[in-house]
Design a protein around this ligand. Structure first.
Ligand code: HEC
Ligand code: HEC
Length: 153
């Protein structure tokens, strides 16, 4: 199955919102940007990427982009939104295909974990919800924070 290139980016930006606790997370590294600034940054980056792939929006993501290793559906969960970061937390802004940033590589590993949790959920026999409804995504743990544990501590 192919994810359309434009859909990949749009989904990365506009994933379904989830409840975010009002309690501010203790900042980990540099103080996080305010949500409005973050959105503006992500919007600007999105626009520049859409401009670059103009005319190829309908092609499969694997063809339009250079370095798609895992199922491109991973971007459907809105990584930026789930972690409360801008695209550049994971990406080198001048080369989105680069794997230089550790968080990008970590995100691939997280995607693998996330799929295996969903596989386990589907195998369970004593839940009321139907198998295909038992899905978690990045936001279930992260809830808008880089470190999911930061909120409970
Ligand atoms: C938490 C980390 C993370 C965040 C935040 C993130 N991405 Fe990604 N992105 C990835 C990973 C991982 C891949 C590689 C997916 C793969 O290997 O299939 C990727 C791939 C891409 C690619 C394909 C690059 C190529 O040529 O191979 C584009 C374009 C992209 N992301 C755009 C964005 C945009 C725009 C944002 C901000 C709205 C964003 N990403 C936020 C982790 C992230
Ligand atoms: C089961 C809970 C859980 C799920 C689901 C989950 N994560 Fe994580 N994630 C964690 C924990 C715990 C850490 C470690 C936090 C730390 O660095 O101290 C982490 C760390 C990360 C980091 C490293 C952040 C950094 O800057 O060091 C990235 C990137 C990340 N997760 C992305 C994702 C993405 C993308 C998804 C969905 C595909 C995802 N996570 C799903 C629990 C989860």
């Amino acid at each position: 199955m192919h994810t359309r290139a434009a859909a990949l980016i749009l989904c990365a930006l506009f994933a379904a919102p989830f409840a975010v606790s009002q309690q501010p997370a203790p900042p980990k590294q540099p103080a996080p940007q305010q949500p409005a600034d973050r959105q503006a940054t992500n919007d600007r980056i999105e626009a520049s990427i859409l401009e670059k792939i103009k005319g190829h929006e309908k092609e499969p993501a694997e063809q339009v982009f250079k370095n798609i290793k895992i199922n491109p559906h991973i971007m459907n969960f809105g990584y930026s939104h789930a972690l409360g970061v801008t695209c550049t937390h994971c990406h080198v802004e001048t080369d989105f295909s680069s794997d230089d940033k550790r968080p990008k590589r970590a995100a691939r590993e997280m995607a693998v974990m996330h799929h295996s949790i969903n596989d386990q959920l589907r195998k369970m026999e004593n839940l009321e919800q139907k198998g295909d409804k038992r899905n978690i995504n990045c936001g279930v743990c992260h809830r808008g924070a880089i470190d999911p544990n930061a909120k409970s501590n």
